[in-house]
Design a protein around this ligand. Structure first.
Ligand code: M6R
Length: 608
């Protein structure tokens, strides 16, 4: 995600801000920018690419003198990575400068309203609406203008703001995107994450949702969204710097597992407006969607697994035949392209060589290509006809977790939208599914509380040599991912099986104590999977089952049961995967392995 650093005090601001931003580099970004107020003018410098470029341009801050400033590293969401789209953004008069983390969901409506009033936009970003809105509401009192803007924008934000009228002041505000304020005797700081300021101070205020702060050399004043003054107490940070980068988590993977509710929320919520799904930007009009005769999903690794789930969900809800291919197979198998079909390429990095080659092949054969991608401006995003971005934020751990969850969410959006247009779900069922989709992030959050139970179980299986995952339907698709997760970070051999397929060969591997993880969350298939559990138990297997709370009769046949909350059947994978990611994580941790950087693997596979 993007990073924010700001400073006001007795030292030159720019070097401190650049240093703060450099400590947020691990979060990933594609451009950086800084604005410094020298008491007369707000000077700004932005640069695409690494922070090093901005540092060189500004001679490490020396060309931007001043004691007050804000800086930003941008990870593109709205608008491609570029100098113009980099933050800070300023109003036309250059009197207000803004940096922003998060997504302004109603920016399109706000932008067109502002344009009608004559405001001219320089960038493609959602953030720029904030600079113009602040101009619109500013009557001399910055806090009042910020309040008014906060009452009107929807979405998530952490903001750092400077007003030309108010030298030696920085303003900041937040909602659903982290922001901290640091203090020491000779200076004050704002940052999106603690590591940015930990070298300067350990005395920190955590901003809560819908709070505003005004920093000057003399005061640190907090306000609520109605402009009323509020009192806050600073806390002392005692983490070491390394732990701070991971937000206090031991590994990026654990941090990213915890970011999944937000990743799902950020992917889904900007696309739901007034009980409708808005996918106008994916280049498929209603006629095309109605006429679709086939969808091909192409991807690698975990992205392929989301495609397998996508097949179940799209076929069930939208009644379109879907085929799913590994990109490395697809590109050489001379696939058959038909008119009225759509190719969906799924990729977190957007740089996977095989997926990119498959995309090019599909385009060369005239197929329309929709990419589900996490990294804005990546090769796959650029070359696809249209993109449905997952807003998971930068993923650092090699083992994907939050990007996988965001990809699933993207498939749910597509399936629901297609189903509605094709009339394959009733309006009532559509509403029920939409409500369920909205509830998913909260349910995912509740699952994270089961961590200790999963760690306890994982610790008993650190020495296991083989693990089998089995399930039917969507549960099977989920098993593919759970098995891959375990393999890649624990180095334990594991296999995922469609439960009904076991007796066609693999059951011969069952012996006393073999660990089988059985997933049974689909009501219609539940009795079938239970029969398969009985079959493997009869051959001596130890079964850990994962099911929903209502199926507590599972305790009678499985040895250990993990429960997940219930959602609509097509969306169950988003909940069931979380305990199994945690299982893989704790096994890897218990075995003393490098969780975030497993041997032989790279985060982005740009070679064949
Ligand atoms: O960046 P992509 O989504 O295209 O990457 C595809 C796979 O390389 C990736 O999902 C890989 O399997 C992960 N390490 C799984 O955790």
């Amino acid at each position: 995600m993007c990073g924010i650093a700001g400073y006001i005090g007795r030292d030159q601001a720019a070097p401190i801000i650049l240093d703060g931003l450099s400590r947020l580099e691990y979060r990933g970004y594609d451009s950086a920018g800084i604005a410094v107020y020298d008491g007369e003018k707000i000077h700004m410098q932005k640069a695409m690419g690494r922070l090093r470029v901005l540092e060189e341009m500004t001679q490490h801050g020396a060309t931007l003198p001043g004691f007050c400033g804000i800086g930003h590293t941008r990870w593109a969401t709205h608008g491609s990575p570029s100098d113009t789209n980099a933050h800070p953004h300023m109003n036309e008069e250059n009197t207000i400068a803004v940096v922003h983390n998060g997504i302004i969901e109603n920016y399109a409506v706000l932008k067109s309203r502002l344009e009608k009033k004559g405001y001219r936009f320089a960038s493609e970003t959602d953030t720029e609406v904030l600079a113009h809105m602040l101009t619109e509401y500013y009557r001399g009192d910055p806090v009042e203008a910020i309040e008014k803007v906060m009452h009107r924008v929807e979405g998530s934000y952490a903001l750092g703001i400077m007003f030309l009228d108010h030298p030696h002041h920085i303003y900041a505000a937040r909602k659903d995107s982290p922001l901290v304020v640091g203090e020491r005797e000779d200076g004050k700081f704002i940052a999106s994450d603690v590591p940015a300021i930990l070298h300067y101070t350990r005395s920190v205020y955590y901003m809560e949702n819908e709070e505003i702060v005004c920093l000057s050399n003399e005061h640190t004043r907090f306000f609520n969204v109605d402009g009323e003054s509020i009192q806050k107490e600073p806390v002392t940070i005692d983490w070491d710097i390394h732990a701070a980068e991971k937000g206090g988590y031991e590994h990026f993977m654990l941090k990213e597992i915890h970011e999944q509710p937000q990743a799902i929320r950020d992917t889904v919520s900007p696309r739901i407006r007034e009980n409708e799904i808005d996918l106008d930007d994916i280049g498929l009009d209603e006629e095309k969607i109605r006429g679709l005769r086939r969808i091909s999903v192409v991807a690698c690794g975990s992205a392929y697994h989301t495609g397998v789930t996508g097949k179940y969900v799209l076929e069930e809800l939208a009644r379109i035949p879907v085929e799913v291919d590994l990109a490395s197979e697809y590109r050489y198998r001379n696939p058959i392209y038909e008119p009225d079909s759509l190719t969906i390429v799924v990729s977190q990095s957007g740089e996977t060589a095989d997926s990119l080659a498959a995309l090019r092949d599909a385009k060369a054969h005239g197929s329309q290509v929709l990419a589900i991608v996490n990294v804005v401006g990546s090769s796959i995003a650029r070359e696809a006809d249209n993109v449905l971005y997952t807003w998971a934020g930068p993923e650092i751990s090699v083992a994907t977790t939050k990007a996988y969850s965001a990809q699933l969410a993207a498939f749910y959006l597509l399936a629901l939208k297609f189903a509605q247009i094709r009339g394959t779900v009733t309006p009532e069922r559509f509403r029920t599914l939409l409500d369920a989709l909205r509830r998913l992030p909260g349910q995912a959050e509740s699952l994270l509380a089961q961590k200790e139970k999963i760690q306890y179980f994982a610790n008993h299986y650190l020495a296991t040599e083989h693990i089998f995952f089995m399930g039917r339907g969507i549960d099977y698709a989920l098993c593919l991912e759970a098995s891959l997760k375990l393999k890649e970070i624990s180095y334990i051999h594991s296999e995922a099986y469609a439960a009904g397929e076991l007796k066609h060969g693999t059951i011969s591997l069952m012996e006393n104590g073999t660990l089988v993880v059985a997933v049974a969350t689909q009501d219609a298939l539940y009795p079938k999977t239970v029969s398969n559990i009985v079959e493997v138990k009869t051959r001596g297997a130890f079964v850990m089952a994962l099911t929903t709370f209502k199926h507590n009769d599972m305790e009678k046949c499985a040895d250990y049961v993990l429960y997940v909350p219930e959602t609509e059947g097509p969306f169950m994978g988003s909940l069931s995967i979380i305990p199994l990611q945690l299982f893989a994580y704790y096994v890897s941790l218990g075995r003393g392995l490098d969780v975030d950087k497993p041997r032989n693997l790279a985060k982005s596979v740009t070679v064949e």
